[in-house]
Design a protein around this ligand. Structure first.
Ligand SMILES: [Zn+2]
Length: 374
């Protein structure tokens, strides 16, 4: 990974690069931010940059011997530690990061925005208890005590340090406090509040901003070839997490907008027969898709509230949906929209707890029908 592989976030990149140029690289840094943002990619790009033989003003060269190795995640001075578990092939007591290195490289290349669940699926540890063991911290200390190295920096990247076993955490405290020369710890954590205070206090925080809607749309349209309208819907639902956007896209390849409008028309017209058909159709979708659809509905209602206050410039929604939102806000009063939003939220909660989708959807339809005809 290089900085240029990550869209936007110019300020963060500049901050990291200038620390290297000014020779002020903090020896323990904590990359933090929301899950699914550029946390891990940014730490990987920084690692590449730190050891590049011809670093430029904005990025690693990508061509030197060090970069070639870094980009394949085989650089001998870039060590990776991540939570693991026993699997069908690996006994619990043997489960340390380096045993799963091939799977880890695959994960970094295929889904660097992924979370711990995605990682567990990649290495065969789903539904297991993942952790970073005491044995792991011992090996970490060994790896760093070997003095011969070829890079400028010896890097220890710890992904999800919140999974450190307390013994392991204590084992590395001293290293974090007084690391060997040219050793850099990069801790990457979406939940820094779950870290031991003693670890947090020994690291310098690098806060990675979540992607803005615009950045997300850019990534989804350019790198994943989604059309703009669809990308915008996903960006609004995903709230800065590229992982969530991609997952929603995979799980629910739906035209949310048309579905929602058709449904609202039926409710408005009190066409109970068709409402029942639509409820059946809805019940037939995958649960993730049902939930995505409700989140979209919620988004429309929230935007309608904003539109009701005539705060046009505050509207996040664009295109067809924007026109619809404006009309919607003229059809219903604020109190009614507020109530409906709460009802959609409830429905989402019920679905999560495995309520019957047809009944949930029929109930919602009745509530909408009543509101429209008051
Ligand atoms: Zn290079």
């Amino acid at each position: 990974m290089r900085f240029s592989d990550i869209h936007g976030l110019t300020k963060t990149k500049h901050h990291l690069i200038s620390s290297v140029q000014r020779n002020k690289v903090a020896h323990a840094q904590l990359f933090s931010g929301v899950e699914g943002s550029a946390l891990l990619p940014m730490a990987l790009a920084y690692g590449t940059y730190l050891n590049c033989e011809h670093p430029g003003d904005t990025d690693a060269c990508g061509e030197c011997a060090a970069c070639t190795k870094s980009l394949k995640y085989v650089h001998p001075d870039i060590h990776f530690i991540y939570p693991v578990s026993g699997t069908e092939e690996v006994k619990v007591k043997d489960a340390v990061s380096k045993v799963f290195l091939p799977a880890w490289r695959k994960f970094l290349l295929a889904s660097p925005y992924g979370n711990v669940v995605d990682w567990a699926i990649t290495f065969g540890g789903e539904n297991k208890n993942l952790n970073i063991s005491k044995e792991e911290s011992r090996q970490m200390i060994d790896a760093l005590s070997l003095t011969a190295f070829e890079g400028r920096y010896k890097i220890m990247l710890i992904w999800m340090p919140e999974y450190l076993h307390p013994f392991a955490a204590n084992g590395i405290l001293k290293l974090l406090e007084e690391p060997a020369a040219n050793t850099v710890f990069l801790l990457v954590s979406p939940q820094k509040d779950r870290l031991l205070g003693t670890i947090r206090s020994r690291t310098q925080l690098v806060q990675i901003p979540a992607f803005s809607d615009e950045e997300m749309v850019h990534i989804l349209t350019r790198e994943y070839q989604l059309d703009e309208e669809k990308a915008r819907q996903l960006a609004q639902l995903a709230d800065g997490s590229l992982r969530t956007a991609l997952q929603l896209h995979e799980e629910a390849d739906l035209n949310l907008h048309d579905m929602f409008i058709d449904w609202m028309r039926l409710c408005f017209a009190r066409d109970y027969l068709k409402i029942s058909d639509t409820a059946d159709k809805f019940a037939g979708l995958a649960k993730a898709a049902q939930k995505t659809f409700l989140l979209y509905g919620l988004q429309i209602l929230r935007e309608s509230l904003v539109a009701g206050f005539e705060e046009d410039k505050l509207l996040r929604i664009r295109g067809n949906s924007r026109t619809f939102v404006k009309k919607f806000s003229q059809t219903l009063n604020m109190a009614a929209i507020d109530l409906l939003a709460a009802k959609i939220s409830d429905a989402h909660y019920y679905l999560e707890r495995n309520a019957n989708a047809k009944i949930v959807f029929m109930n919602l339809s009745m509530i909408f029908t009543k509101s429209f005809n008051r």
